[in-house]
Design a binder for this molecule. Structure first.
Ligand SMILES: Nc1nc2c(c(=O)[nH]1)N[C@H]1C(S)=C(S)[C@@H](COP(=O)(O)O)O[C@H]1N2
Ligand SMILES: [Mo]
Length: 495
């Protein structure tokens, strides 16, 4: 009986609607943190770009940093609204995960139950039928489905396209933005035309979903809400219309309640939200950053010209003094749970085996840039000092005191931690050069971290000290990094 829907179909339809509301609102939050969409693989807001705001000039004496470009959307529009990219991403990723699980269950049940016949066109005759239906609607008449089927040609074709084309496009373009996945499968990213095109297509997918939803709701109303809602809620056209409308309103109330609760929870209890959602995301993220290593080695002709800066350089007389003579007196301390703590000069570091990689940097905000980086693998330094067996984390401490360089939110020196397994991967370098030149101050002189399969905020610039530790709970606010502590970012940054 194809005109009667089994209950799992109504249930997955409802979950899908609920999750899409979370996805769209948190997606707006993520987009706002870098309100530009690029039409080619170059995050240059002055070139081939769709802008949702004006490019804002830097503060006097500061570089043009990407954080300065963030928009702070209203909580009525975005989840959770305001200055909360970290939590917006948590919501986006956890709803995306649940959405993929729901969608997969739906597709499996569709094929097991034979219900796929309603959706999947089996003959090319669907195209003229859909066109016929469209002209019927345009003449303000109802296009009825063929006898024994629930949908007319136009409905069948659009539903099919949404489930089997649009949803996969959103998943693939989403994966194309993940540093772990896109550096493991560089071919997938080239196929999409690069990270920035993936991001732009992801946004186009959102617009398509919104367009579809509006059309879909309009047709339900035009075809007769009472009759159609019987199918939507109870799976039968003959269902009691009063009951169907009551169930629909209850469903909408649940969606609205989730929208309000997720926003209020995130704003009142940001740490609890970060940790609660982290319980679901952390295992996946940790699996990605531990197991899915970077295979990225891009050709030199893909190197991008525009490379954003993020994070204001240290405002520290000591740093300035060291910089004056090319960091000759600068020393990198490597210590903690190690047998032979060392204090290394730039010359010492240059004497270690150096590795060169052309890789893509992906900032959590959304921009990306490709450069050649040259430096010493962290694993080499860990071996040099003899990191203990009991060590679990490697912490990178920086020169920039955020109370001076980013007073909102401030909170001490920048640092980020990696698990020792992450730090030992071959694509993790202490970079000394960018584009075959010593690092500039903006990009982290004299030494900064480079990680092939994680987001940019992990890649500490202006490194002063590497500390091998057994735990990170007693460091800062205990979340494993300054941005995790202060901006509620996730600890593993593979997505
Ligand atoms: N010490 C320090 N390192 C930092 C930051 C910072 O604020 N301070 N910002 C991080 C972020 S969010 C990004 S995206 C990259 C940017 O690197 P770039 O400025 O070389 O492009 O640096 C990371 N390293
Ligand atoms: Mo970033």
């Amino acid at each position: 009986m194809l005109t009667q829907f089994p209950i799992w179909l109504n249930a997955t339809h409802f979950l899908n609607a609920l999750l899409l509301v979370l996805l769209v609102r948190s997606g707006v939050q993520v987009l706002s943190s870098y309100p530009f969409l690029h039409l080619r693989e170059e995050s240059d807001p002055n070139h081939l770009t769709i802008k949702f705001g004006k490019l804002r000039p830097p503060a006097p004496g500061q570089p043009m940093t990407s954080l300065k470009q963030e928009l702070f959307p209203s909580p009525w529009l975005a989840l959770p609204g305001g200055h909360q990219l970290g939590l917006g991403r948590h919501w986006h990723l956890v709803s995306a995960l649940l959405w993929v699980v729901t969608g997969s269950a739906y597709v499996v049940l569709l094929f097991l139950s034979g219900q796929w016949r309603r959706l999947v066109p089996t003959s090319p005759e669907i195209f003229p039928r859909a066109l016929q239906d469209l002209t019927t609607y345009l003449q303000f008449r109802l296009a009825e489905p063929p006898p024994g089927l629930p949908y007319n040609g136009l409905q069948q074709l659009t539903y099919f396209a949404v489930v089997f084309l649009l949803a996969p496009l959103l998943i693939i373009t989403g994966a194309g933005m993940s540093p772990a996945l896109s550096s493991r499968f560089p071919r997938l990213v080239s196929l999409l035309g690069g990270t920035q095109k993936a991001r732009t297509m992801h946004f186009a997918g959102l617009l398509a979903f919104i367009g579809f939803t509006i059309g879909h709701l309009a047709l339900v109303l035009i075809h007769g809400a009472a009759k159609e809602l019987g199918t939507v809620t109870l799976g039968r056209q003959g269902a009691d219309p009063g009951l169907a409308i009551a169930i629909t309103l209850a469903g909408l109330a649940v969606i609205a309640a989730v929208a309000v609760l997720s926003t209020v929870l995130s704003r009142r209890h940001p740490r609890a939200t970060q940790r609660g959602i982290g319980l679901v995301l952390d295992p996946l993220q940790s699996w990605l950053t531990h197991r899915v290593t970077s295979y990225e080695q891009l050709p030199s002709d893909q190197i991008t010209r525009h490379f954003w800066v993020n994070g204001n350089p240290p405002q520290d007389p000591e740093y300035e003094r060291l910089g004056k003579d090319g960091f000759r007196d600068w020393r990198l301390e490597v210590g903690g749970l190690v047998d032979r703590p060392r204090s290394l000069s730039l010359t010492d570091l240059r004497g270690r085996p150096m590795v060169s990689q052309v890789t893509r940097h992906r900032c959590i905000q959304g921009w990306s840039g490709i450069a050649r980086w040259t430096g010493v693998p962290i694993s080499d330094l860990l071996d040099l000092v003899g990191a203990h067996e009991s060590a679990r984390y490697v912490v990178f401490h920086a020169f920039d005191d955020k109370d001076r360089t980013e007073p909102d939110p401030g909170g001490g020196f920048y640092y980020e931690a990696l698990t020792i397994e992450e730090a030992r991967q071959s694509h993790v370098l202490l970079a000394l050069e960018m584009g075959d030149e010593p690092l500039t101050v903006d990009h982290g002189a004299p030494a900064r971290l480079r990680i092939g399969n994680q987001l940019g905020f992990k890649m500490v610039k202006w490194v002063t000290r590497i500390e091998v530790r057994a735990e990170i709970a007693s460091l800062g606010q205990g979340q494993g990094g300054w941005r995790e502590d202060r901006m509620y970012y996730g600890f593993h940054a593979g997505i």
